[in-house]
Design a protein around this ligand. Structure first.
Ligand SMILES: Nc1nc2c(c(=O)[nH]1)N[C@H]1C(S)=C(S)[C@@H](COP(=O)(O)OP(=O)(O)OC[C@H]3O[C@@H](n4cnc5c(=O)[nH]c(N)nc54)[C@H](O)[C@@H]3O)O[C@H]1N2
Ligand SMILES: Nc1nc2c(c(=O)[nH]1)N[C@H]1C(S)=C(S)[C@@H](COP(=O)(O)OP(=O)(O)OC[C@H]3O[C@@H](n4cnc5c(=O)[nH]c(N)nc54)[C@H](O)[C@@H]3O)O[C@H]1N2
Ligand code: SF4
Ligand SMILES: [Mo]
Length: 708
């Protein structure tokens, strides 16, 4: 018997994660049999996280969807029959054509996210198709749009502090980011700096895995970080810890910010945050005097009403102290802005008919149930790369909407997810190693190539192929609908951009990854001399864009305007209270006295892997962290099943009594499947937008906890 040859191929982790690891796929006889991290890659360094280290098992999972399915029983009953691709496509095209004829194309709504993060098969992979159709535009603000808006207002589209430069920092502040679980390959660099003597400060609503490894953990009440940051600004000015030369030459609006910060004293912030005034002063002093201070903010910082304003206040800090002067000084949010992606070619937003309405993915439940009054109701929804029943807020409403008899729902996924079970037609999607792509990165400065090297099982096809087939069925014959994945990649990256100097598709195919030409992380201080890509060329403490200044970055104009959502933007940073807190809404807090934070699970990737028994075993059942005093007041013992509820609904979990949370705060992590549990955290979270970027408000959430 001839030995089967094992071959190795370049892969890129396609999951929604800032690390975008470069991987090595091992393939035998068309099947993915092993996977490891690329040892040469400076950030991946040969290691993958607990979710992905056996990625071949996800490819080979017995529950994977292999064929198109048509619903045969009531919605949600999981009764489906296998059908051919021809029948699936004919049925979808017929239903869509009839909906378009009767209600117009805007009655059809696309719904996607970063389940696959590639440029070809990812978030925007269906945009050209739906824009060609004239469907409703779906604004997708699950993650990062509050941060991005705040960042762009302050710094413009700068990549900010290089994640690899953190090894040169003397002081590192990790702010609302659970790096050990969610940004592991950056955490290695932070640990390196810590070993070399850097002090690591973690500011987190509870003692996360990351906070436990910090030299100092500060735990503000959820949603109050803006007060902490404003009081730091106050202290920097009050104690003359400002780099006056940097401020004068490279910032705008210092005098106005100083005026505002006058009343934002540490004593004022102590009341709001629950952190002692002397600790706030010490934090500001250490931050300003450490020499080289680096801040890494997590997306979680945006998840309350005033999230965007909070991030602007935090962003002001390195400009005030001149931390940007040093290699390893400054702030990191999402370096995606310096990547050469051509969203114009990917999305074809020029095809959107003038006047097309914009829906928002966080408010899917409200849109489907009629709570948001829509002049044209949604008659069909196509969901791919996302699982809103588990991940979107107010998800009981999402389920109510998906149950509507007059809604035609198509879902493409790998599994019969909590969302897919409500579909009329389910399409089987190919997985990572089965399709070519370059993976978009939002946490580092590398392009990451993924080779198609394994056979998709059954009749699963890639997202792009799904849209090629749908385009043919709908009669759309624009050339992009015929491009191969490789041809897409030629078009979807600006290969002539200076950051791509010396890099092309062949280079990536050979090496698997390439660092953008942005300069060495051991030498660069991107804003040593200012040079911020803002209208003024300075760090805009007072944002000219907030009041309609001249846009240097034209593509971002629409984004700012849309995302202000009509609410006028304050041109200076400030603390904006959460909607749901004892201070801002005492009547609500009397009924629901606990703040729920619902961060990411260590063992799941959003809701991915939360159906895999070994991953569930590692992660544990849905738990609710509660302080022993809060538990005692409710007769809750360790291990009791508790119900977490508010006016939006309830879910259950096992109580874990711990001083990792302060009194008044409870933590239940995200991703658990509704099919396998008694409710999920997003039943109780609110679909109200934060006040910037239409960001979500998952951390702005009052609940009560009781024995179930
Ligand atoms: N309470 C609370 N809610 C949150 C958050 C929170 O912190 N707290 N975080 C929010 C954030 S930051 C995010 S990013 C969102 C994420 O929310 P989602 O984007 O919905 O994330 P997932 O649950 O991973 O869903 C991705 C789905 O895509 C599928 N998929 C993966 N690859 C492919 C593919 O190639 N093709 C197709 N067709 N499908 C594929 C997966 O199987 C999975 O079902 O959740 C948000 N929700
Ligand atoms: N293991 C794992 N890794 C992931 C994911 C996953 O689901 N699982 N998801 C990926 C995605 S989509 C994203 S966006 C990133 C997100 O990565 P992170 O930004 O790290 O997101 P979270 O885990 O939601 O929240 C991080 C920390 O913020 C804290 N926090 C929440 N609200 C507040 C607040 O108001 N103030 C303060 N100071 N702290 C607060 C939480 O307690 C939590 O410890 O992770 C990615 N990586
Ligand atoms: S999920 Fe993140 S850390 Fe894990 S392999 Fe993928 S990119 Fe790397
Ligand atoms: Mo996210």
């Amino acid at each position: 018997m001839a030995a089967v040859l094992k071959t190795k191929h370049h892969g890129g982790c396609p999951h929604d994660c800032p690390d975008t690891c470069s991987m090595v796929f091992e393939v035998e006889d068309g099947k993915l049999v092993g996977v490891r991290g690329n040892r040469e890659h400076p950030m991946t360094r040969g290691g993958l996280c607990v979710k992905l280290k056996d990625y071949e098992k996800r490819h080979d999972h017995p529950d994977r969807l292999l064929y198109p399915l048509r619903r045969t029983g009531p919605k949600g009953s999981k009764q489906f029959e296998q059908i051919s691709w021809r029948d699936a496509l004919d049925e979808i095209a017929a239903r869509w054509k009839s909906i378009i004829a009767e209600h117009g194309a805007q009655a059809i709504a696309p719904y996607s996210y970063l389940g696959h993060q590639g440029l070809v098969h990812g978030l925007n992979g269906g945009d050209a198709f739906f824009n060609r159709m004239g469907a409703s535009v779906m604004e997708r603000t699950f993650c990062g749009e509050g941060s991005a808006t705040a960042w762009l207002l302050t710094y413009g589209p700068s990549g900010g502090l290089d994640p690899e430069s953190f090894r040169h920092a003397n002081l590192i502040v990790i702010w609302a980011c659970n790096s050990v679980s969610t940004n592991l390959h950056h955490w290695h660099i932070v640990k390196e700096a810590q070993k070399a003597g850097a002090k690591v400060i973690v500011i987190d609503a509870y003692a996360s895995r990351t906070a436990k490894e910090a030299d100092w953990h500060l735990a503000p009440r959820p949603g109050t970080d803006g007060a902490l940051a404003m009081a730091m600004i106050h202290t920097l000015i009050d104690e003359d810890l400002i780099d006056n030369d940097y401020v004068e030459n490279h910032t705008e609006g210092f005098a106005e910010l100083a005026e505002r910060a006058k009343t934002r004293t540490p004593e004022w912030a102590a009341e709001i945050t629950g952190i002692a005034a002397r600790d706030i002063r010490q934090l500001a002093r250490e931050y300003a005097t450490s020499g080289t201070a680096a801040i890494r903010i997590g997306v979680a910082l945006e998840r309350h009403h005033g999230g965007g304003q909070t991030i602007r206040a935090v962003c002001a800090l390195p400009a005030l102290t001149g931390a940007w002067r040093h290699v390893g000084g400054g702030i990191l949010a999402m370096p995606v802005w310096q990547h050469p992606y051509r969203f114009d070619a990917i999305c074809r937003s020029d095809w959107i008919p003038v006047g097309t309405r914009v829906l928002n993915n966080l408010q899917l439940g409200r849109d489907l149930t009629g709570e948001n009054e829509l002049s044209i109701p949604i008659k069909s929804l196509m969901v791919w790369n996302t699982n809103p029943v588990t991940q979107a807020p107010e998800c009981d409403k999402v389920v109510d909407g998906l149950m509507r008899d007059d809604l035609f729902t198509v879902v493409a996924d790998h599994f019969l997810t909590d969302t897919a079970v409500y579909a009329d037609i389910v399409l089987p999607a190919a997985m990572g190693a089965e399709m070519e792509d370059i993976i978009l990165a939002w946490g580092h400065n590398f392009l990451t190539y993924n080779e198609a090297c394994a056979d998709a099982p059954g009749e699963a096809v890639s997202n792009r192929e799904i849209f090629r087939r749908l385009a043919a069925a709908m009669g759309y014959d624009e050339p992009e609908f015929k491009w191969s994945d490789s041809e897409c990649l030629e078009h979807f990256i600006d290969w002539d951009a200076p950051v791509c100097d010396g890099i092309d598709l062949d280079y990536l195919r050979t090496h698997g990854y390439a660092r953008l030409n942005v300069g060495s992380a051991d030498e660069r201080a991107p804003h040593r001399e200012g040079n911020f890509p803002t209208p003024s060329g300075k760090c805009e403490l007072k944002a000219s864009l907030a009041t309609g200044g001249n846009f240097v970055a034209a593509p971002f104009r629409q984004m700012y305007e849309d995302m202000q959502g009509g609410e006028p933007l304050d041109d200076l940073p400030d603390y904006v209270a959460p909607r749901e807190s004892a201070q801002s809404n005492p009547a609500l807090a009397a009924r629901f006295p606990l703040s729920l934070v619902s961060p990411k699970s260590h063992g799941f990737l959003n809701s991915c892997y939360a159906n895999a028994s070994d991953k569930i075993k590692g992660q544990g059942e849905q738990f609710v962290l509660i302080h022993p005093d809060d538990a005692a007041a409710r007769n809750i013992e360790a291990g009791s099943t508790v119900r977490v509820s508010n006016d939006r609904g309830s879910f259950e979990g096992a109580a874990r009594l711990t001083k990792d949370v302060n009194c008044g705060v409870v933590v239940a992590t995200l991703g658990y499947w509704r099919q396998l549990n008694r409710g999920t955290v997003n039943i109780v979270s609110s679909a109200e937008f934060a006040n910037m970027g239409h960001a979500p408000s998952f951390s702005d959430n009052l609940v009560e906890v009781a024995l179930a």
